[in-house]
Design a protein around this ligand. Sequence first.
Ligand code: UD1
Length: 421
Amino acid sequence: MQKLIVKGRNRISGTVKISGSKNATLPILAASILSNKKIEINNIPIVKDVITMSELLKHIGSNIKVNIKKKKILILNKKKFLKTVAPYSLLKTMRAGVIILGPLLSKFGRATVSLPGGCAIGTRPVDIHLFGLKKLGAKIKIKNGYIIAEAKKGLNGTTVKLPSISVGATENIIIAASYAKGVTYINNCACEPEIKNLTDFLKKMGIKIFWTGKRKIKIIGNQKLRSVKHSVMFDRIEAGTFMIAGALSGKKLKIINLESKILKKELLVLKKMGVKLKIKKNEITVLNSKNIKPASIVTEPYPGFPTDLQAQIMVLMIKARGISKIKENIFENRFMHVPELNRMGGKIKVSGNLSTIHGPQELNGAEVMATDLRASVSLVLAGLVANNRTVINRVYHLDRGYENLEKKLRKCNANISRLNY
Ligand code: UD1
């Protein structure tokens, strides 16, 4: 086991380069199942979830090579995969693994994928994924904790109106429809930038995909695919996390390798909170920001404020002068960082999906426990501004999705280290 030690109150400054997006890489890797042509994916983040997804692909017979040094993945699949079964052992740590269901089913006419089960931030069912695949013609049953799906003659294009917005279900259905016969219309889909990155990848592979409205896609399925070279978009959650780090304890923090226009909502919230920002097309500089103001935010699907940045912005709210409020609209149990932040001196009350943050409060280092990926980084942020030493246990959550977090922070003068115990 490992833990992080943060000695607080070092002002951070310098330049941070944002890595490729984990949430864009995972569906692109799943979509690679459709093709037998050469695939080159660049700018992948070297994080645990990406490694787990490549292990999952290897397990089912994909010929995938991860070049850690060059942050590149090469895939050249044989016509026949060895297996169409994704076991629980590979899905239990990474729920996103369920997005291989659509491509396996569409390409091979069958798939058996473990139900990912619950996770700390909520029950996270997969009913919307299954609803969409059934519409495309799949027969699905659940047995012994596995989703067993079949479409002997392949999937057929149709109109799928999603009952509610889901990122993963949208991705699963887009990939499945890309290899289905005929035309599929998906309405009420998620429109996260990572999904656009996936549709760009599929377009390069030869699928005709059109965004016909904000939450509407038209897909003309195609089984003759081309080889493709694609670069994964930047990680907008990592970018947001560093903007908040800069607002909390920065002298002058330049964040590069991003697209500011994708971060509109986050930038609006930070500006309203009084954070001083210099915004260019591909870089954002956070300047020394005093007098942070409170805010009220609601987490929503894109283009709303991301749930994946909720725990981090809460730390900035602890430092704001006045009462802030957060309504968590996406996951039912995503305030697990609150007791830990309160142990460090935060004054946060939770009632259902609403939290009220009374600021400003002085934070004091403590031994705390990371409970999920984004909660763990919020504890790092709190540690950066706290007095004395913060010890963060269960860092494996952080390693699922942040590439070189400590290295990047250390380069900016933060005092952070990792201990084996
Ligand atoms: C993705 C992101 C995750 C982010 C989330 C919301 C990846 C790998 N993960 O997760 O970081 O926090 O989007 O932006 O991209 N739901 C159902 N039934 C379903 C599917 C979802 O009820 O079949 C519910 C979920 O429980 C949740 C909501 O819909 O309450 C949104 O979940 P969804 O958008 O599917 O999140 P993920 O794709 O799992």
